[in-house]
Design a binder for this molecule. Sequence first.
Ligand SMILES: [Zn+2]
Length: 216
Amino acid sequence: TNLLLIKDQNITMEDKLDLINVDGQDTFIFHGALSYEPKCCTNCGCMKEGNNIVKNGFGNPLKVALLKISECPTYLRLKKQRFKCRECNSKFCAETSFVQKHCSISKNLILYIMKNLSKTLSFKDIAELSNVSVSTVVRVMKSCKEAVEVKTHSNLPEHLCFDEIKSTKDSKNGMSFVFLDAKTHDFIDIVDGRTQHILKQYFMRYSRKVRKKVKT
Ligand SMILES: [Zn+2]
């Protein structure tokens, strides 16, 4: 778990590591199992009391793609505990933060793909570095669209309040520009930098019509 940076303590690793040859490529296969005492049934929501939710064996192992090790594709064959709820007579599977539901690549690998997406690399380069398909790289990129999208460019208030603030260490500019709606005091955005050039570039993202709405 230390080597693979698995933080979920419900995952236990088997004392076994396979090195197999897949189409001429050395490939590592780790083996692990995910199990815990569930707090409640994921179907009917009833809390676990006594024997109303019982363990019900393991499903087929999930093949989870991990970060490469020594340049070799690496996978974890993860057995997931199945549970049976006697209240609603349904079955459900153990879940982990290490691999999202319905996903076959680890969170760590997704973060690695995201990190590479911020660099000047082609989808194909990233796919090769991460041992996933190009379509997976594109899917990861689309999944973070929401988080990185700047949603403030559609409108500006009539009156702006702004100030300069000291930037955080990850900024190359010493000072940042912060602005808000003078009437509502609603925060609008922080701009990395406060020079004319940076601010002009920033505000030019708004349409001319929107910019002309600003009076003071
Ligand atoms: Zn249930």
